[in-house]
Design a protein around this ligand. Structure first.
Ligand code: B12
Length: 247
């Protein structure tokens, strides 16, 4: 740590205290851990010891962050309401630190060529938050050359969570950050194969989310919100939070 850099443990506790009370989990990682996994085009342009966090929304986010955000009529309706809510939460993190210290990248942010700015599943894996299962984790190459998308599984929420983005502290180097492996909860090759099959071929039935027993999942109301086509969600929100409280 240099003389005048912010203390990494203070940064971690500030980020955690803001986000955990509204249904998020945050896990620290070093940019170098991420960059050593991804192809160069996806690398994040910071020194390897730079402190970053992956932000995960738990099943509680809907009640603790999203509904209050809609009730406060803080949503403009210009973007997807969940995305707007995430932008609001990330802005609170930026405000908690001196100007420019906390940089954020959302899962939905793309470069002009449509390449995602951050691969949140890889970030979640290297941070020890949720194991990212890919075709290479299954023995015997059952799919041949066919493109199979990977999926992350959380030790408590299975697939009932989302990886919302990363927060990067460009001026905080943390060479001594201890690395934690993500819990390998889908430990057999046959169950991993089943997981990837469900995620790639039957993702609409959401059964991939229940690949392991979970302690908590989305409420009926939250499930209804996410299965409702975006164009009909505003009507549904009126029922959820009250007619006159929706943008
Ligand atoms: C583009 C995108 C899509 C595209 C393409 C999918 C894809 N994976 O490429 C489409 C539209 C098809 C899609 C669909 C869905 N998506 Co989508 N999607 C994304 C998005 C925005 C980017 C993914 C991407 O382009 N990756 C690029 C490729 C190249 O990355 P990659 O395959 O992981 O390769 C890297 C790793 O292999 C890494 N690597 C190499 N070796 C190693 C070794 C280790 C150990 C590690 C850790 C990494 C690693 O290096 C590679 C890059 O160089 C992410 C959010 C994000 N920003 O990451 C969500 C995301 C992957 N989607 C998600 C979801 C849930 C879905 C859907 C179920 C729909 C939905 N939103 O409900 C469907 C299901 C997929 C399906 N069957 O169609 C979730 C997955 C959550 C989870 N539990 O994993 C994400 C993370 C969004 C989120 N906010 O949570 N999606």
């Amino acid at each position: 740590m240099t003389e005048n850099q912010m203390c990494p443990s203070h940064v971690t506790s500030t980020v955690t205290s803001i986000l955990s009370k509204v249904g998020f989990e945050v896990y620290p990682f070093k940019i170098g851990w991420y960059n050593e996994q991804v192809q160069k085009v996806f690398a994040l342009p910071y020194p390897e010891d730079t402190l970053a966090f992956i932000v995960i929304s738990t099943p509680e986010m809907f009640d603790k962050a999203f509904k209050p955000f809609i009730r406060r009529q803080a949503c403009t309706g210009v973007r997807d309401p969940i995305d707007e809510c995430m932008m609001h939460q990330f802005s609170l993190i930026k405000q908690a630190f001196p100007e420019g210290e906390a940089e954020t990248i959302h899962d939905f942010e793309m470069h002009p060529n449509r390449r995602p700015k951050v691969l949140v599943q890889t970030a979640g894996h290297v941070a020890g938050a949720a194991y990212y299962y890919q075709a290479s984790d299954v023995t015997g190459n059952p799919w041949g050359d066919k493109k199979i998308y990977g999926v992350s599984v959380h030790p408590k929420y299975g697939g009932w969570f989302a990886l919302r983005g990363v927060i990067i502290f460009r001026n905080v180097l943390y060479p001594d950050l201890a690395r934690k492996e993500p819990p390998d909860v889908v430990s057999t090759s046959s169950l991993r194969q089943e997981l990837l099959h469900r995620y790639n071929h039957n993702w609409q039935d959401w059964s991939f989310r229940d690949i392991v027993p979970v302690t908590q999942k989305y409420s009926e109301e939250q499930m209804l919100y996410f299965i409702t086509p975006p164009k009909d969600r505003q009507e549904l929100l009126k029922k959820i939070v009250g007619e006159d409280q929706v943008y």
